[in-house]
Write a protein that binds this ligand. Structure first.
Ligand code: BJW
Length: 239
């Protein structure tokens, strides 16, 4: 692994990888903040906040139903960057913790064993009353009720909206504390707490590297930053 070797890591070092929408862009999924991205089409206040869902659940269901159908389109497949991270995970002797902000399942489909979905998963629904989580490959509506609590609670997409607590934060914090290399791929660095991970990893002594099409909001916090498309940069990094 030549580029990784140039970072003077040991094969037993711990790696934390954070991915964002940019890693799935070349698979055909839209990013949020690039030109023509999702937030240029819809107001995030309407579709990605609990307030928006309370105001107009039909609109929010339509937004996620469209994205779920898009993700399940056979044309949408993991790309070389997802595959390279899965290969890294298989070949590295130390621990590799993959944290993704993405709600797609492309890391799993590429072979990553246990990606941590800090912002949830598009192919899952959660009951608003009993919080039971179920697989969800079909459209959701306000009429869908949770079977686990006898139809008393309504279902919503199992995703983390602004103002909600991201998932698995204890596990992520523990990995950041024990991290020798922090790698950030395809994320704009606009959204916290993910945007703060680089500072935490750096403060704990990790080497920090950003791979992104453009320099992110927080690029100055990284030791190294390389610009380009993920399908070129990530395979080259771990080859
Ligand atoms: C390529 C490429 C290619 C393109 N190759 N690269 C003031 C200060 C600090 C914080 C706050 C604040 N006010 C409010 C907050 C908190 C708030 C927040 O961060 N707000 C900011 C906007 C200021 N955060 C929250 O509310 C979070 N919760 C929270 O903080 O709880 C408190 C808490 C913290 C810690 C412990 C306990 C409690 C929740 C955030 C939820 C975000 N949800 C969304 C929607 C999820 C569901 C869905 O997908 O619909 O998550 S918003 C959206 O943004 C989505 C993404 O995961 C997230 C990040 O986006 P990402 O992945 O970075 O995408 P883009 O589009 O922004 O960037 C893509 C990048 O890729 C670009 O840079 C391109 O250049 C690059 N790229 N093509 C390589 N081919």
């Amino acid at each position: 692994m030549p580029v990784l070797d140039s970072l003077r890591l040991n094969q037993t070092d711990s790696i934390v990888i954070l991915t964002g929408a940019g890693i799935s862009q070349e698979s055909g999924l839209d990013t949020f903040r690039c030109a023509g991205g999702i937030w240029s089409e819809v107001d995030l206040e309407d579709v990605a906040t609990p307030r928006g869902f309370a105001r107009n659940p039909d609109l929010v269901h339509r937004f996620y139903n469209d994205r779920r159908r898009g993700l399940l389109d056979p044309a949408i497949q993991p790309n070389a960057a997802h595959a390279a991270l899965a290969a890294l995970e298989r070949g590295w002797r130390g621990s590799v913790t993959l944290v993704t902000q993405n709600i797609d399942d492309l890391h799993e489909r590429a072979g990553s064993a246990d990606p941590i979905h800090m912002h949830g998963a598009l192919l899952k629904a959660v009951c608003q009353r009993c919080h039971a989580v179920t697989d969800c490959h079909d459209d959701l509506s306000v009429h869908d009720l949770c079977l686990s609590c006898g139809g008393k609670g309504g279902l919503r997409p199992d995703v983390v909206w602004f103002g909600e607590t991201p998932y698995h934060m204890d596990r992520i914090q523990a990995a950041l504390e024990d991290c020798d290399l922090f790698l950030s791929i395809g994320t704009s660095g606009h959204v916290y707490p993910a945007a703060g991970f680089v500072a935490e990893a750096g403060a704990n002594g990790a080497v920090t590297v950003e791979l992104n099409l453009d320099p992110s909001e927080g690029v100055s916090r990284f030791d190294r930053a390389i610009q380009g498309p993920a399908t070129a940069l990530v395979p080259a990094l771990v080859a």
